[in-house]
Design a protein around this ligand. Structure first.
Ligand code: ADP
Ligand code: ASP
Ligand code: MG
Length: 405
């Protein structure tokens, strides 16, 4: 008998019919002799609807209250799924995050899981029940409800699988695996049989929202057997696992597109020691995740600094820098929301030269201007104008021959 954690995303629990369909799928897994823990997201669109409600009251909602509000979406779907299971004669019980003691830090809307005491889950499994747990949420040490960031139910699923030492964690979504790029952008994208944790980490952090980045971090850290598959068919899916020899032969495994970032340029910053920490220290303290940073060569004692970060944090970052600017002596802050980031990822890059040149050449041929570049051992990212993001992905997907032959 194996223990399987199954996570179902928003489209899989979009309405009552789909919830019944998920219940049947869970029972199918039970009937093969497995224990099943299910993690569900809110119904598709529900989290956005709740955020819009808060924004109808204030443009800058208190982050504690926002988490209190958006966590309710998942409370609805867990109860409905438990009811559907019971209706099919499968004993089941649902729990919200704090009932299974998913404790997190207090960073509202992007909290990190610190521990899970899953005793209650194990007790229910012993009784033959299916356990249904709300994704995306936890509780901090003071008892406040927190949420794990958009797409956070993936992380609940994988973290629970790690805590329970489950044999398998299945992420059920609306595509049947991880593809060479978002199949909504390139219709000829190919499904990968397997992908290394490291590559999946890069793709997830560069915008491939098929898995939340922290879920991949957990999977890699605890060696969770992770499979991405569809709840709408029985296709095999993609295994996310440790790197092996065969993976190195593939130079590029995937391309990701991130359209949710903004670019901030600080003009004529005095070029002297300590300036970078004065700017980025308070930004980090405010929990704003800075992504790429570029500093120009200094002229006459001044330099320009440009960085990217989530667009949703732009107004907060701006306020912080405006407050600092008299003290730092910077001349001007320019913000640009009209950007997209395209990233080419593959462990094979470690042993193959010329990948960056091929990326630049491909984009040049399409007359796409590159505004920023950053690289790691297994990734090349470029920032381009937003409306050129998809064109760039398609061109690179073709140039690296990732599509169907
Ligand atoms: P869920 O609601 O089930 O969590 P998401 O919308 O968060 O689903 O993630 C699934 C989506 O991720 C797909 O519909 C697809 O458009 C997108 N996606 C982006 N990049 C990829 C990729 N490389 N492979 C598969 N899907 C991808
Ligand atoms: N409901 C949350 C969201 O929309 C969490 C999730 O779906 O994973 O981001
Ligand atoms: Mg998701």
């Amino acid at each position: 008998m194996a223990l399987i954690v199954q996570k179902y995303g928003g489209t899989s629990v979009e309405n009552i019919d789909r919830i019944r369909h998920v219940a049947r799928r869970v029972i199918e897994t039970r009937q093969k002799g497995n224990d099943v823990v299910v993690v569900v997201s809110a119904m598709a669109g529900e989290t956005n609807r709740l955020i819009a409600l808060a924004n109808g009251i204030t443009a800058d909602p208190d982050r504690r209250e926002l988490d209190q509000l958006v966590s309710t979406g998942e409370q609805v779907t867990i109860a409905l799924l438990a009811l559907a299971l019971q209706d099919m004669n499968q004993p089941a019980r649902s729990f919200v995050g704090h009932q299974v003691k998913i404790t997190t830090d207090s960073s509202y809307s992007r909290a990190r899981i610190k521990s899970i005491d899953a005793k209650i889950v194990k007790d229910c499994l012993k009784k033959g029940e299916v356990v249904v747990v709300a994704g995306f949420q936890g509780i901090d040490e003071e008892g406040n409800i927190t949420t794990l960031g958009r797409g956070g139910s993936d992380t609940t699923g994988v973290a629970l699988a790690a805590a329970l030492k489950a044999d398998l964690c299945e992420i059920y979504t609306d595509v049947d695996g991880v593809y060479t790029t978002d199949p909504r952008i390139c219709s000829d994208a190919l499904k990968l049989k397997k992908i290394s944790y490291e590559e999946m980490l890069e793709l997830a952090s560069q915008g491939a929202k098929v898995l939340q980045i922290r879920s991949v971090e957990f999977a890699a850290k605890y060696g969770v057997n992770l499979v991405v598959r569809s709840s709408f068919n029985h296709n095999e899916g993609t295994l996310v696992c440790k790197e092996d020899k065969s993976m190195e032969e593939v130079i590029v495994s995937g391309i990701a597109l991130e359209k949710g970032e903004a670019k901030v340029s600080l003009r004529r910053v005095p070029d002297r020691p300590g300036v970078a920490v004065r700017v980025f220290g308070p930004i980090a303290k405010a929990d704003i995740n800075v992504d790429m940073i570029v500093q120009n060569i200094s002229e006459d004692g001044f330099t320009d600094m440009t960085f990217t970060m989530p667009r949703t944090d732009l107004s907060r970052a701006r306020k912080i820098i405006e407050q600092l600017s008299p003290e730092i002596g910077l001349k001007r802050i320019d913000a640009d929301e009209d950007i997209a980031k395209v990233s080419v990822v593959g462990v094979g890059m470690r042993s193959h030269a010329g990948i960056a040149a091929k990326v630049f050449e491909t984009l040049a041929a399409k007359k796409i201007n590159i505004e920023m570049i950053s690289t790691s051992e297994i990734k090349i990212s470029v920032v381009v104008k937003k409306d050129q993001g998809e064109v760039a992905v398609k061109a690179l997907h073709a140039a690296f021959e990732l599509g169907k032959k």
